[in-house]
Design a protein around this ligand. Structure first.
Ligand code: TRP
Length: 362
């Protein structure tokens, strides 16, 4: 039937972020931009979750930090154009079914399998300061809780960065195991990677062939990863002054001391960022002049800072609009969470029925 069945044909997408800090341009190119683009696709019903429960797994001793960042992340979402009319934004902790599902799924996963999860393994190694020699049960088990998040919404599509692939794989295993024991109940999800979207908008720092994003945006210091703890990130909410200061401190070709020295843009972070923020013709000129020793690093950095500031300006403006309307933020979360609860309840009902836990259902 035309028009009808729309909802039935729709796929759901579910993704989320831990509210442990403000989001930076790595998140922007890595996933936010993709989520905004997906909003034009009417065949998808979209959910974005602020994963405060997951944030607590390694910030259990810092609840205020998590709470504050719930609003920072929400502001980041809204400022880049995630539209609450098109995407349901909700809070993980407000949907208790997610915790309930986690308990049932935890029977379907071995400790050894969790310990082998590459993402979790890397994170545990990085978080020695939080966990010391022995990791908590909650942190080790967060992939189970993430499987609950995804399956509660029958989230067939999961738009995430590359680092989340092992978590999606683990979710798929849980789904298969659940369905094989309790009967067909859960939907197996697929990850949607942002790479193709990114490659289209990037040019090589030589202005020629497309630059491969290498899965994630490098930090201003040349570190493979951009992150708060590394102090090498540009945040979506950074002021003009902060952006300029950070760009002026970026790592350039260390062999180039005087302006006339011939530069190598391939090893310069400023050139790399020009590739992200500057138009292709200008990138070509930047790189050529650098190689010929005709362009000083300071001028090059100033040009880059101006381009970043310009690109982030509409984002900063939108953020300001919402910052001045805190009641709107709560309203968005409350409405989104209500909608999320309804769907999670429905999944919970099916799960419990198939697990023979539907005691008093008629
Ligand atoms: N693990 C994700 C992160 O580190 C957050 C997250 C929680 C998530 N639940 C999810 C992502 C479900 C995708 C789907 O940011």
């Amino acid at each position: 039937m035309i028009g009808d069945g729309d909802m039935a044909d729709k796929k759901r997408s579910l993704t989320g972020d831990r509210p442990t800090g403000r989001l930076h341009i790595g998140h922007y190119f890595g996933s936010l931009q993709n989520r905004v683009k997906m909003q034009d696709d009417d065949s998808i019903e979209r959910f974005v979750m602020i994963a405060d429960v997951q944030a607590l797994t390694d910030n259990f001793n810092n609840p205020q930090k998590v709470r504050d960042n719930v609003y920072q992340v929400l502001l980041d979402y809204l400022s880049v154009g995630i539209d609450p009319e098109k995407t349901t934004i909700f809070l993980q902790s407000m949907v208790p079914e997610l915790a309930e599902l986690t308990v049932y799924y935890s029977n379907l996963v071995t400790i050894a399998r969790l310990e082998r999860n590459p993402t979790v393994k890397t994170e545990i190694a990085q978080k020695k300061d939080v966990f010391g020699e022995s990791v908590t049960y909650g942190f080790l088990g967060y992939p189970v809780s993430q499987a609950a998040d995804i399956t509660a919404f029958e989230g067939e599509l999961v738009p995430v960065g590359e680092d989340q692939l092992p978590l999606i794989e683990q979710c798929r295993e849980i789904v298969r195991k659940f369905n094989s024991i309790y009967g067909d109940t859960l939907v197996e999800p697929k990850a949607v990677l942002p790479e193709s979207a990114n490659e289209r908008r990037l040019v090589g720092i030589d202005g020629g062939a497309k630059m491969s994003l290498n899965k994630r945006i490098k930090g201003l210091d040349g570190n493979e990863k951009m992150g708060k703890s590394l102090g090498n990130a540009i945040y979506l909410s950074d002021s003009e002054e902060e952006i300029t200061k950070k760009v002026m401190g970026a790592v350039t070709d260390p062999g180039r001391i005087k302006k006339d020295d011939l530069g190598n843009p391939d090893i310069c972070m400023v050139a790399y960022y020009h590739g992200l923020f500057t138009n292709p013709e200008d990138v070509k000129i930047v790189c050529q002049e650098c190689r010929e020793g005709k362009r000083g690093c300071v001028a090059c950095k100033k040009q880059l800072a101006a381009n970043i500031i310009k690109k982030l300006e509409p984002i900063r403006e939108k953020r300001k609009y919402y910052e001045e309307r805190p009641e709107l933020l709560d309203e968005i979360l409350i409405n989104g969470t209500k909608k999320a609860q309804e769907i999670a309840k429905e999944t919970m009902r099916k799960v419990k029925a198939n697990m023979k836990l539907n005691y008093f259902d008629k």
